[in-house]
Write a protein that binds this ligand. Structure first.
Ligand code: COA
Length: 155
């Protein structure tokens, strides 16, 4: 079994911005730029949580809280650290944040062929609720819209 990784989940800070943008460029065809990530530090609606180990950033999750609905805007784990439960920790932190903020649901879009991410979201109870045709570019693809209802009984 692959050993688990010791890393802390902490709020995004300036010291993480370059490393986050570096992972963005490695992972996505339409990456968030360094300046866009930095601007998130001052966005009152956004929260980013970063997995840091020493000076390294291993992954991150970002959410945006709009009127009681917490939208997951980004999740990524550096390729060499995958399948070790890190995204599960990050998403767990995002769900914890949403509950603490009193949100009634979480939503997200995901490429309909992104099987790893869809499996991750399903394991948290997110269910598909719709499709946004040709939502993504490079390559063009539909987005699956997924929702997780948060209720006190589930907490
Ligand atoms: C999706 C992603 C964040 C998963 O990160 P990860 O740290 O490898 O995920 P975890 O190890 O925490 O896995 C949690 C669960 O997700 C699912 N999962 C993750 N990778 C998977 C894969 N390659 N195939 C199938 N299921 C997978 C499994 O259900 C897994 O649970 P299990 O290991 O008990 O089976 C990672 O693959 C990634 O960064 N992908 C590129 C960015 C991306 O697509 N982000 C989502 C945008 S919507």
């Amino acid at each position: 079994m692959t050993p688990s990784i010791e890393a802390a989940v902490v709020p995004l800070q300036e010291r993480h911005v370059r490393a986050v943008a570096r992972i963005e460029r490695r992972v996505f065809s339409d990456p968030w730029s360094e300046s866009l990530v930095r601007a998130e530090l001052d966005n009152a609606l956004s929260r980013w949580f970063v997995l840091e180990r020493g000076e390294d950033v291993l992954g991150y999750v970002a959410v945006m809280n709009i009127a009681g609905e917490v939208h997951v805007t980004n999740v990524a784990v550096a390729p060499e650290y995958r399948r070790r439960g890190l995204a599960r920790r990050l998403l767990g932190r995002a769900v914890e944040y949403a509950r603490a903020a009193g949100a009634f649901c979480m939503t997200l879009e995901v490429r309909e062929t992104n099987a790893p991410a869809i499996a991750l979201y399903r394991s948290f109870g997110f269910v598909p609720v719709g499709l946004r045709p040709r939502y993504y570019h490079d390559p063009e693809e539909n987005a699956l819209l997924m929702t997780l209802l948060l209720s006190e009984e589930d907490a």
